[in-house]
Design a protein around this ligand. Structure first.
Ligand code: HEC
Length: 106
């Protein structure tokens, strides 16, 4: 009986973690569509305009090998033609965007 309770507890924790992570990626997906897709494309591979400015394909190993900290840094402070969003988005929203970018991995 006791063993079952422990398993149920672990299951419940895992469920909550999974749900909150996917909720974060979902809100990231919405923000991405409204604020980033113009340059990065809805699927993250980059729009014609974005590619001309130098945006990289988010589904590629090149971008996916960047750490969460590096992605956060570019989104928050910008880089070359990439606008900075540190003053427009809350840190949680940037975190959601990073989570969304991770879901784009091929
Ligand atoms: C006006 C066009 C534009 C918009 C809008 C834009 N970006 Fe970018 N982004 C760029 C360009 C151009 C780069 C490439 C910067 C470089 O390395 O020179 C870039 C780079 C990045 C990178 C680093 C990987 C890479 O491609 O080099 C991330 C991560 C990123 N953008 C995320 C976002 C997110 C998230 C948003 C929305 C909040 C966003 N961008 C909105 C143009 C844009």
């Amino acid at each position: 009986m006791k063993k079952i309770n422990v398993q149920m507890f672990i299951f419940a924790i895992a469920l909550v973690l999974t749900l909150s992570l996917s909720a974060q990626a979902q809100s990231g997906a919405d923000t991405f569509k409204s604020k980033c897709a113009a340059c990065h494309g809805a699927d993250g591979t980059g729009s014609a305009v974005g590619k001309k400015m130098g945006a990289h394909d988010f589904t590629s190993a090149e971008v996916q090998k960047m750490s969460d900290a590096e992605l956060t840094e570019v989104i928050t402070n910008g880089k070359n033609k990439m606008p900075k969003y540190g003053d427009k988005l809350k840190p949680e929203e940037v975190k959601g965007l990073v989570a969304h970018i991770r879901t784009l991995k091929k």
